[in-house]
Design a binder for this molecule. Sequence first.
Ligand SMILES: Nc1ncnc2c1ncn2[C@@H]1O[C@H](COP(=O)(O)OP(=O)(O)OP(=O)(O)O)[C@@H](O)[C@H]1O
Length: 274
Amino acid sequence: MTSAWYPAQDAHPAAEAAAYPGSHHDFTTAEPGPAALRLESVTKTYGTGTNAVTALDNVSVTIPRGTFTAVMGPSGSGKSTFLHCLAGLDRPTTGRVYLGDTELSGLKEAALTTVRRERIGYVFQAYNLMAALSVRQNVTLVPRLAGTRVDEAWLREVLQRVGMDRFADRRPTQLSGGQQQRVAIARALVTRPDAVLADEPTGALDSRTGKEVLRLFRQIVDDTGQTVLMVTHDPVAASYADSVVFLADGRPAGALHRPTAEQIADRMTHLGDR
Ligand SMILES: Nc1ncnc2c1ncn2[C@@H]1O[C@H](COP(=O)(O)OP(=O)(O)OP(=O)(O)O)[C@@H](O)[C@H]1O
């Protein structure tokens, strides 16, 4: 792909890899490596005629494997649409979406469902756990529905990784919000997905518990090479990521590499200025 790299406009010493969109709104979030996720010239339009809204406008973005990326932007800038297109939950109007080498935008519905179930992990603001099921049953639900056996040793390892192994037999209602989100993360990891996509995963948590969840994402990326992409409104949450991609009016509006929360907040404040 044609990526445009420019020095940071703002004098952010730690943000040396800031990149700005080229003529086709292209940029990558880090030095080129194998791509985990890729949008290629993606436009997403909702509605038709005078009611049409362009949520994504010719966006090309590459998310390298083994990285933690945050997506930020003002309300309505296209963050959820961006995540939903990458997640195969929404189809682009034009352009292509890749998970590794698989073009999601070219798959029929049944094949896309299989990819979503087996190769992508989802974490949402509302944990979406089944109240009637134990932690263990929640974490293994998706593979069980697909008729796949979950290896006991792997299940134990995943629960240990998120710090929930002692709670395997509890119900979600017997857990705190942070613990429930850890279970949701275990559920996302248990299929060994190519990428974990998280939409406001700390939005319902207090700041201390939210930080625990963010540290967990950081550890998962650092220790296992998992790829995590997270939409957030919170500059502190985004500062746990390797790179922060900014969106404004459905277009990429730069990226910061390893920024501080202050640098992210500052960029958010000035997003409309460029
Ligand atoms: N299903 C839909 N039908 C019509 N318009 C939509 C739909 N989904 C999103 N939009 C519009 O597309 C634009 C981008 O929405 P999107 O939800 O992706 O933004 P966002 O950055 O995630 O916003 P927020 O931070 O408020 O959640 C908005 O103008 C929104 O109103």
